[in-house]
Every structure is written in C-alpha cells, then in structure tokens.
Ligand binder design. Structure first.
Ligand code: ADP
Ligand code: ZN
Ligand code: ZN
Length: 748
C-alpha cells in the first residue's frame, strides 16, 4: 500500500510532550477529514492499542521507512474539542509569524503543572443536637477529655477546620476515628483551587451610561444578537469610560451563554482595574498574570475549560484561555507594544485574536485612546467598525497642556531638571494638597556614563550598548545583566570628569526631595515593583493620598484613576522620540496622551507640563492638543513616504550566532538566497542589509539583520517559508539561529 500524505500526531497533549510526534499515514478516504487539529484514533505500539491523538502537521514526506508507517484508523467525528481548535490556531500562527510548530504549540497549550491538589478538610457534627447533649454527659461521666473538647467545640461552631481542630484542640487521630465510626462527627474534604483572587460580593455602583457609551453598547448588542460577528474599534479618549462599556458588552454576550476573554496590558493589571471587574462580575471572572505561579495559571485554565467561569482577564497569554463557548474577545489599549510576543512565534495579539474569533464565531472589540495606526487605518477603510467616545465620562474637562522648551530654560540659566513652569505648578499643588505625577520614560538612577573631557562612553563588553549607572555606584547592562563599578577616572584619558548623564527615576525622586523637602514622594519603576504585589502596594498608597508626588516610568501612566491628581509633569518627552525605530513618533504620541490623561480625571481641573528640546515636533504638538486625527494624518504621510507599516509590510530577519564570522556569512548567504528567489518569482521588494543589528551583540551572541518591505503580506510569508526550509536543510547554517519578525514593534 502506498499513501500520499502523512500526519504528525501528538498522543499526549502536554507541554513536556509537545515535541513527541508520531507519523501516521492518511488514507484516501480520510483525507478530507484529517486536517490539522483533528482528533484521531491510531493503532499504537506493538499490540496496536487504539488510542487518541491530535494531528499537528501534515506533509508528503515520510520520516521513516514508508512500510513501517501505520495508517490512521479513524477521525473522530465532529471533534470540536478545544484542543483541536487551539492546535489549528497554533498552526496558523506558525504560518503567519514564523518559527516551529513546537514553538507555536508551546504558546497556546497551557503548561500542565502537576502539583498536589490542595484540599480543605473540615470536621462537622454528624449527631443531632439532642444526641450531642446526651453524648456530652456520657463523655463527662467516662472522663473522655479529648472527645469532650471536640464535642464542645463542634456544639459551638458546627464546623471546624480539620488541622486546626486536631492541632489546637489536641485530639488524637484514634479518638477522632472512633467518634467518626460512632457517627458523632464526620470529616468533609473539598478540593481547593489555587485561587489568586479574593472575591467580593457583586456590588455595582449603578452608573448611568452617557449617550455615546449607550450607543456603543446598544449597537454592539443589536448586531451580536442578530448573529453578526466582526471586529470593532472603540476610539475613546482617556477618561471617556471605556471600562464600563466593555463590562456592559460582556454582560450582554454572557447573557447569550457565551464566554469572554479580556486582554489588558500586564502593567495595567493592577488592583484598580481588577477590583472594577471583580465587583461587577464576582466569582464568574478569573485573572491571569505573569506573577502567578504556573500552577495557579494552570488551575485557572482548567476552571475555564470546565466552564466554572465566564470571563478571563489577563495579558497577551490569556488569549489562549481554553473556553469551549467563546463569544467575545476584548483587547484594551490595543496599541500597546506588549501585545507582541518577544519570542518565536513573534505573534501580535490583535491578528491572532481576530483569527480565534473567526474560528469560533466570536466578535473582537479593540479599544484605545490612541489606536495603533494599523487598526485605525483598517477602521477608516471600513474593514472594522469604528466607535467614538469623545467626552470624558465624569464632568471633567480635558487638561490644559503647556509645552516647555528646555533650550529656553538653559538660556535663562535654569539648569534644574524642572522648568520654571513645572516648579511653580508643583509648589501650587503641594499648597492645595492636590497630587502630582512626574513621568520619565527611563529607569535607573541616571542614564549613560561618559567622559566630558574625551567623550568616552562606558559600554557593556558583551552587548555593545551603554551601561546604565545606578545609585549604588554600579554600572549595569540592561540586556545581559553585566555590572561593574563606576570608575573614578576615565579609562581612556584618565580625566576625572567622568559622570552620569541623563536622568533616571531615582534621580528625579532625589531632586524632588531637594527642591520640595516637604513633599511626600513615591517612586514606581522596574526596581520598586520587582516583587509580587509591588505595583499594587505603591498605587494603593498613592490613591490613599499617602504621598503627594508619584515619580515613575511609563507604568504609572497606564489605566490608573486618581481623582486628586491635577498635575502631570513629563520630564523629558524626547527620551522616547529618538529611539531609532520607525514607531518612535507614534510611541511618543501615545505616551504623552496617556500621561496627560492622568491629570484632572475628576471634578478638579488638570494641567500638564511637557518638557522637551523639540517643541515643534508634530508628535508633541498633536499630543498636547489631544488631536489624534491630526497625528494620524501626519504620521501616515511619513509611513507612506518611507514605505513603513501599515502602508507597507516589513519583515525583519535576525540571524544570531556565538561566532561573529558565522553570523556574518549566514546573513550574506540568506540575502543572496532572497535575491535569487525574487528573481525566480519576479518579485519586487526592498531589502535592507544584511548589517549588524543596532545592538550588535547580546550576551556574547552576535546579531545580523535583514529588513524587507513589501505591500503584500503573503509575499513576505512565502519568503519566510522558503528561508525556513533553506535554513533547516543547509549544513552551512549550523551554529546559527534565525528569527522572523513581521511588522516589528521594537528596534534590534
Ligand atoms: P478610560 O478607560 O476610557 O480611560 P475609565 O473607564 O477608567 O476611562 O473611566 C473614567 C472614569 O469615569 C472612571 O472613574 C469611571 O468610573 C467614570 N465613568 C465612566 N462612565 C461613567 C458614567 N457614565 N457616569 C459617570 N462616571 C463614569
Ligand atoms: Zn576621557
Ligand atoms: Zn550586556
């Protein structure tokens, strides 16, 4: 017998075994049903035991001697199990974004962490109150002290925690057993999930939606109830009340028996947002975040699969929650860079969510105050439905924004990091007992260290990037963690004028203390939020007005609502403006809008001070005006001129190797292969490189990049597929690694 197609089949769909596939043949009559993800029955092992497995890949080549390959016995009919669906999604992601099927499966399948299931055991009274009273006298008579103690405690409480009862009351095991055998007590055990959240009673504040909000909720509900599915974008300015709109939409979808996934950036997954959802949905919602243990996360996905919850809220990875009856996915702050995976497959949550929605007949709702250019362009072209929230939900007016030219400050002999305007407003707020946020897009004590005499910059010997100085006197590499002591003299010219430049959050905090000794200051950055609950502690303290000023990195600008904050200061807007990648302008606009959005969210009016060396830059001007459309127009012009996404698509290829020569050679060879391929297929595309990456060495690994621009995504996909094949089957690439990144969000 000979077969044309073969299937790779996973027998045990758990993380440890995702790479253990077995090849089976697909007979002609099964060909149509044997698709990727399908649940099948195959003969296994010597005895040909019939067991179940999933098809994860299909090919026309046999990996072993053809005659040894057994055929698939049967495709399980209508196997609409969640695993099938996730496996297909993984396959789609691999095709779209590159990497191996194994990488992809590891992304979508939850890590099964087999840990001892926690049990809660308790002791209850089994006897009736009358019997108990009789027993009481009997135990007294017999002087059974231990029995008496337990009986008394149970008569008071009815139910006791097992270990507490046995331990505190000092009841021997045998005594307990004999009481149980006589039917006096009984032991009850309940399985406990590792539950990361404490539920509160449902307690809605019964807010009345405004017209704009109500329109969205109604329109969405009408379309959904009529069976219409699609992608929607809510463009709502900060403070316009997107959260309540999401919650109302979720309510209406759940009422139709469906389940919902809500993605929010990790940084915004703090107690404020979580509390809001918890108090609305009670124990029907669960949460995932990266600070939870694998066991905790696994439990949550099991609860989701069993239908014990209707809503999962979490960062990017929550997108793969194994809901059986998914009906809606919401992605809040859809423009956020953290929706892009850092590892292969380098997928973006938005297209993957759209694909999952398509496969499950769900809708997708995106929301942002500053939508990504990708989504907004699609909305303008009518591919996705656009909703607007143009007003702040509370009676608050948009804040008043001042742009301060830092060059002007220097000319006026102000060398402080606070402009005169910012200083004046801080003092005023402190006097009025209102709160202030100072925002800096950079962590650490200060920036890079350089010599004022010769210009030498201290760099990491492994990564070729500048070291960052921290206030414990250490210079640290933020890529590989290398550290060394701050030198007393310049290693190049021995001059003693070597010092830290730039400003970090610690430095700002220190300077605030110096300028405003009476102010109470909190700092929030990577260093102060390392521990579990670190974010929450700081934000909670600030919201309880235990500090006047909160200094922080971009994590302070995400999704927090502090009614008493009436002033936001952006110390150096330029820090994100010249980071060397094509999204820098967009990122700056987003950060400035979001930071401004923190001021005056309640009755008290807000003011914002943006300090910059480039007050004429359109990202800064449009952000100050809160004019998204104007920013969009100008930025799209730039993207069009340069053929950057979303006007064109871009594919980055990163080639890495421990040996510099190997990386260089491989990059040249791949570029050559691309040129050949283009010639054969008569494709026109722009290629940049190969060249050393901007960060040419990380952790002693050398990095080369090739960039390509093409309007047709599928052409870039073809090139990726071609290169993956070439790379895998060519000996010359041994010792090298290949990574693909479509429409990159970061520099390399
Ligand atoms: P966004 O996420 O769009 O920035 P939020 O959802 O955080 O805005 O809402 C901003 C504030 O407005 C919150 O304090 C919220 O409780 C309040 N809010 C939202 N909708 C209404 C409404 N219809 N009436 C009164 N207050 C509202
Ligand atoms: Zn020097
Ligand atoms: Zn380094």
């Amino acid at each position: 017998m000979s077969y044309q197609t073969y299937a790779d089949i996973i027998i045990d769909i758990s993380h440890e075994n995702l790479d253990k596939t077995y090849q089976y043949a697909i007979s002609a009559e099964l060909e149509e049903k044997a698709v990727i993800g399908a649940l099948v029955i195959v003969p296994f092992g010597k005895g040909n035991r019939r067991i179940q497995g999933y098809i994860v890949d299909i090919s026309t080549e046999s990996k072993i001697d053809e005659s040894l390959i057994k055929p698939i016995s049967e495709v399980v009919k209508d196997s609409q199990v969640i695993e099938s669906h996730l496996i297909y999604l993984a396959y789609w992601m691999k095709e779209m974004f590159g990497g191996t099927m194994n990488d992809s499966l590891k992304t979508v399948i939850p890590v099964k962490k087999v840990v001892k299931i926690k049990e809660q055991r308790s002791i209850q009274l089994a006897a009736t109150p009358e019997q108990a009273e009789q027993l009481f006298f009997e135990y007294q008579r017999k002087n059974s002290k231990a029995k008496l103690r337990l009986l008394e405690a149970l008569r008071k409480n009815n139910i006791l925690d097992y270990s507490e009862a046995v331990g505190k009351l000092n009841i021997p095991r045998n005594t307990l057993l004999s009481m149980e055998n006589q039917g006096v007590t009984k032991t009850v055990s309940k399985q406990l999930y590792r539950n990361p959240i404490q539920y509160k009673d449902k307690s809605d504040q019964n807010m009345l939606l405004n017209d704009e909000q109500q329109y969205i909720v109604d329109d969405f509900h009408n379309e959904y109830s009529a069976g219409k599915r699609g992608t929607y974008l809510i463009h709502g300015i900060t403070g316009s009340g997107k959260t309540i709109v999401y919650m109302e939409i979720i309510d209406s979808v759940i009422a139709q028996g469906k389940q919902v996934i809500v993605l929010i950036p990790e940084i915004a997954l703090t107690w404020q947002t979580v509390q809001q959802f918890l108090s609305h949905f009670g124990d029907r919602i669960s949460i995932m975040n990266s600070k939870m243990s694998q066991g905790e996360r696994y439990d949550q996905s099991i609860r989701a699969e069993n239908g014990e919850i209707d809503i999962m809220i979490g960062p990017r990875s929550a997108l793969f929650t194994p809901f059986q009856k998914l009906g809606l996915i919401i992605i809040d702050e859809e423009h956020e860079g953290s929706y892009k995976s850092e590892t292969a497959p380098k997928y973006h949550a938005v297209p993957v969510a759209e694909q999952r929605a398509l496969l499950t007949n769900s809708s997708l709702v995106l929301g942002s105050a500053t939508p990504s250019l990708e989504s907004y362009q699609r909305a303008k072209q009518g591919e996705i439905k656009l909703y607007h929230l143009t007003k702040r939900a509370k009676e608050a007016k948009p804040p008043k924004v001042f742009i301060v030219d830092l060059r002007e400050e220097l000319r006026n002999k102000n060398k402080s990091i606070f402009s005169r305007k910012l200083k004046e407003l801080i003092s005023e707020r402190l006097g009025k007992k209102e709160q202030i946020m100072l925002f800096l897009n950079r962590r650490g004590y200060a920036g890079f260290v350089s010599c004022r005499s010769c210009g030498h910059v201290m760099k990491c010997p492994h990564c070729d990037i500048s070291l960052t100085s921290h206030n414990d006197g250490k210079l640290i590499c933020h890529y590989c963690g290398y550290e060394e002591a701050m030198p007393g003299n310049c290693p190049e010219c021995s001059s003693k004028y070597i010092a830290a430049f730039g400003t970090g959050t610690q430095k700002v905090e220190e300077l605030v203390h110096r300028e405003f000794p009476e102010a109470r200051v909190l700092r929030m950055d990577m260093d102060t939020t390392k521990n579990k609950g670190g974010h929450d502690t700081i934000l909670k303290a600030f919201s309880e007005h235990k500090a006047d000023i909160l200094v922080g990195t971009q994590m302070i600008v995400k999704g927090h609502d502090f009614p008493k904050v009436t002033l936001v200061g952006i110390i150096a807007a330029d820090l994100s403006l010249y980071t060397g990648d094509f999204r820098a302008g967009e990122r700056t606009f987003q950060l400035l809008c979001q930071a401004s959005g923190r001021a005056g969210r309640d009755i008290l009016p807000g003011e914002v001070v943006i300090q910059t060396y480039h007050p004429e830059h359109y990202s800064i001007i449009t952000a100050a005006e809160g004019n998204y459309d104007s920013f969009f127009e100008q930025e799209m012009m730039y993207r069009g001129m340069m053929q950057y996404p979303p006007v064109s698509h871009m594919l980055l290829i990163l080639i890495t190797s421990k040996e510099e020569e190997l990386a260089g050679k491989a990059a040249v060879q791949l570029a050559e292969a691309i040129r050949l391929y283009m010639g054969q297929k008569a494709i026109l595309l722009e290629m940049i490189g190969p060249a050393p990456a901007a960060i040419s060495k990380v952790n002693d690994t050398f990095r080369r990049v090739i960039y390509m621009k093409q309007r047709e995504y599928t052409i870039l996909m073809d090139i990726k597929n071609y290169l993956e094949g070439y790379f895998t089957y060519s000996q010359q690439f041994a010792g090298c690694n290949l990574l693909f990144d479509f429409d990159p969000m970061t520099g390399y």
